[in-house]
Design a binder for this molecule. Structure first.
Ligand code: SIN
Length: 538
């Protein structure tokens, strides 16, 4: 396999809101390279329907947003981080608008002809505070950021490139503080490994929804950043807290299509397939209760009735309103023969968001010098045991800005180390591809069945034994064969699955998104504890 070298000042893995915002802010530092697995706009951000939670209305306050975030987080949020992110939100939103982002507006009731931001509502929010662009907010944010990036010649985007591993001083045998020096990256088109030598590396690779059989996430969400950071020696925290979104479209031909929580925010009601409202008895906020509660209630209703889905009914709203407020959801469902203004939407819960990740402070700094992580890949302490809806794009904006300020403040070393070329196995045996696809399917089903919405120690231990075997098999396979995208992703999901199970077994309580039938209640001794794991050095 061929090798080539790229030298840059800043290397960014991932082209979602976190990576692009950071790139714009550090462009004055020198050459900035963004590596992205597919097309530049293909990111988790691109699929975000709901929006950005931020305090912009006179009827709202930082204090109320803080309170809602802490309540959702079930005692595990870092309050200082929560306050910082929420208080810095409006300034970051203003910058995004300045860049060209257009959030949906509506006519004000106060002054004739006046306009104001149209604020949406989602589960767990005590006020309307979600800024959105109809139901395609992420796509519009990506567009605005990419248009701004296109004007900055210092920023280059490498599409169809996937990170293999981070390069660290310890891996090179250099003693002293471990420092990130760059990354080996696979150029999928040319089938060559590129060694990126960088002063600073940002992980902005998003989450790991694809470790589960059913997910709202796109195919790229394979936990690459967490896996790479773990192998490089960084601390990983709270991976047991995987958020399941209650409403993913249930249709044999629809893959991973989210029905935004904003539909419930605008009055959508969850019902059994027989038409009964089953959230009334569960929580005072009914269909708009926090996500963990709604997802468990749906899971329990499906288990009770044996049905393979429940429904979300918005047919009582005027058809025109639904079509205008949710054009993407309306059009997509219609493609599958469902006119949501006339029939309830069949929905199931699906893996949606990774609340844990690479342990960072609010400036995105990891334990490894020179390595930053921002967005879903990171665990800053904002989300605690359960993320409040639409707080993630906010976190990405605020923490990307803070990480960039941290980089601009620090003197980035001009790395002089000689980085050895990448060595890969030479074998390429197409027959063995079946091993990759088999293991991939097996892992995702096992996670759904054993490490899903409701867990037990017995099922977690069974999953742990199985993943240990699979990891050993994948590792042996990995070193023998030429690296491919599928093999790299398989290796990453196997690593991340091991971390989720390890964290889940360590947390002997039920809290937020981690619900274990062997420990039904929260344990006060755990209330301020993160579950932190580090790789034992080889
Ligand atoms: C949604 O639109 O329901 C997703 C919002 C989020 O996950 O923050």
């Amino acid at each position: 396999m061929n090798n080539s070298v790229q030298k840059c000042d800043v290397l960014i893995l991932g082209s979602g809101i976190a990576g692009l915002t950071f790139a714009l802010k550090v462009a004055s530092r020198g050459r900035v390279c963004i590596v992205t697995k597919k097309h530049r706009a293909e990111s988790n951000t691109n699929y975000a329907q709901g929006g950005v939670a931020a305090v912009t209305s006179k009827e709202d306050s930082f204090e109320m947003h803080v309170r809602d975030t802490l309540d959702a987080g079930a005692g595990l949020c870092n309050e200082e981080v929560v306050r910082t992110v929420i208080e810095e939100g409006p300034a970051r939103i203003a910058e995004l608008i300045e860049l060209g982002m257009r959030f949906t507006e509506r006519e004000t009731k106060m002054a004739a002809g006046g306009r104001e931001l149209d604020l949406g509502k989602e589960g767990g929010h005590s006020k309307r505070r979600i800024l959105h662009a109809k139901d395609v907010t992420g796509r519009e944010i990506e567009k605005a950021l990419l248009a701004a990036i296109a004007k900055r010649p210092a920023i280059e985007i490498f599409e169809d490139h996937i990170g293999i591993d981070l390069i660290t001083s310890h891996k090179l045998g250099i003693t002293g503080q471990n420092r990130c020096l760059g990354a080996h990256v696979l150029d999928k088109q040319r089938r060559e490994v590129v060694t990126f030598h960088a002063g600073v590396v940002l992980l902005a690779t998003g989450g790991c929804g694809k470790v589960y059989l059913y997910t709202t996430n796109p195919d790229i969400a394979t936990g690459d950043g967490v896996a790479m950071a773990y192998r490089a020696g960084a601390a990983i925290a709270n991976m047991e807290f995987i958020q399941f979104h209650p409403t993913c479209l249930y249709h044999p031909k629809a893959k991973s299509f989210l029905i935004s929580e904003a539909v419930r925010g605008e009055g959508g009601v969850l019902k059994t397939i027989g038409g009964a409202e089953f959230m009334d008895a569960t929580h005072p906020l009914k269909s708009l209760a926090p996500r963990d509660i709604v997802a468990r209630a749906i899971d329990s209703e499906m288990k009770r009735s044996g049905a393979d889905h429940v429904t979300l009914d918005i047919t009582h709203k005027p058809a025109r309103f639904t079509m205008e407020r949710f054009p993407n959801i309306y059009a997509t469902c219609l493609q599958y023969g469902l006119d949501i203004t006339k029939v309830p939407i069949p929905v199931v819960p699906a893996a949606h968001y990774q609340c844990g990740g690479v342990l960072t402070n609010v400036d995105g700094e990891t334990e490894l010098a020179g390595l930053y992580a921002v967005g879903e890949v990171a665990c800053t302490g904002l989300h605690g045991a359960n993320r409040l809806a639409s707080n993630s794009l906010l976190e990405a904006l605020v923490c990307a800005n803070r990480a960039a300020q941290s980089v601009l403040r620090s003197s980035v070393p001009s790395n002089k180390e000689r980085i050895p070329e990448w060595h890969s196995g030479n074998a390429s045996n197409p027959d063995e591809l079946v091993v990759v696809s088999h293991n991939w399917d097996e892992i995702r089903r096992m996670m759904w069945d054993y490490v899903g919405i409701v867990r037990t120690d017995k099922r977690l231990r069974r999953a742990q034994a199985r993943i240990a075997n699979l990891q050993a098999e994948i590792q042996a396979y990995y070193w023998d064969f030429i690296v491919t995208n599928d093999l790299l992703e398989l290796r990453n999901i196997a690593t991340v699955v091991g971390l989720i199970i390890q964290c889940a077994l360590e947390r002997r309580e039920s809290r937020g998104l981690h619900y274990n039938l062997d420990y039904l209640d929260p344990n006060p001794d755990w209330s301020k504890r993160d579950t932190i794991v580090r790789k034992i050095p080889d």
